[in-house]
Each structure stands twice: as structure tokens, then as C-alpha cells.
Design a protein around this ligand. Structure first.
Ligand SMILES: [Zn+2]
Length: 123
């Protein structure tokens, strides 16, 4: 995977985490936001944050290991079992939403499913 591929992989992973977090925290996805930014050495880091003023505290709950693992698990289920698209693509059932249209053609659920599967197995 080249650096460009890695860049979009991290976006795909970020959106899977966003959906997982919204489900686990029981809030609309719009209440959360995610961004992918350059990090020293490792390539990129995924930053999840509250989108609503005064919504502080939502994302802080993800620091609890049990909750974070549940987020990974829900995110995995979403990308692993999507019936709306092929593993090398994405759809509104897994990674796509209105706010990430710029990335739609580049989002792939398969590599994210594989990554999350390994992360959960190694937990
Ligand atoms: Zn899909």
C-alpha cells in the first residue's frame, strides 16, 4: 500500500470508527466528527471529536477500554458484513455519508474489516 493508499485507508478506518462510536454512544453521527491528519513518523492519526458545542464528554467516554473495544467491534461488523457493496468499495450502508462525499470513490471497507479483525483478535 503506497502512501496515497494508506492515506485513504486511514479515512476509511476513520469513518468506520465514527459510525461505531455514534452507535455505541447512542448519538446521531452528526454529533461526532472525525479528521485524519499527518502525524510524525507513523503517517496519519485519526482524531475523533465532539461536533456539538457543549457536547464535550461524549468522546471522552471512548477512553474507557470496554467502550472503545465495543466501538471497534461495531465498526468491524459494519464494514465486514455490508451487503451493499464489494470489499474494495463502499456505500451508504458502511462508510459513506453526505459529509464525506469527497472521499466516496476512495473508501474501501475490506482493508478496514481486515485491520479491525486483527485489532480485536489481539485485544
Ligand atoms: Zn457498503
Amino acid at each position: 500500500m503506497g502512501s496515497d493508499g494508506l492515506y485513504w485507508f486511514h479515512h476509511s478506518l476513520a469513518y468506520a470508527m465514527l459510525e461505531g462510536a455514534a452507535t455505541v454512544l447512542e448519538v446521531p453521527r452528526q454529533d461526532l466528527n472525525v479528521t485524519v491528519r499527518a502525524a510524525t513518523g507513523a503517517g496519519h492519526e485519526i482524531v475523533l471529536y465532539d461536533a456539538v458545542p457543549g457536547g464535550a464528554g461524549l468522546v471522552a467516554r471512548l477512553q474507557e477500554p470496554d467502550i472503545f473495544r465495543e466501538v471497534l467491534s461495531v465498526a468491524h461488523g459494519r464494514v465486514d458484513q455490508c451487503r451493499g457493496c464489494e470489499p474494495d468499495a463502499s456505500c451508504y450502508g458502511c462508510l459513506r455519508h453526505y459529509g464525506n462525499q469527497f472521499a466516496h470513490p476512495r473508501l474501501q471497507r475490506g482493508p478496514v474489516a481486515a485491520f479491525l479483525s486483527e485489532a480485536l483478535a489481539a485485544w
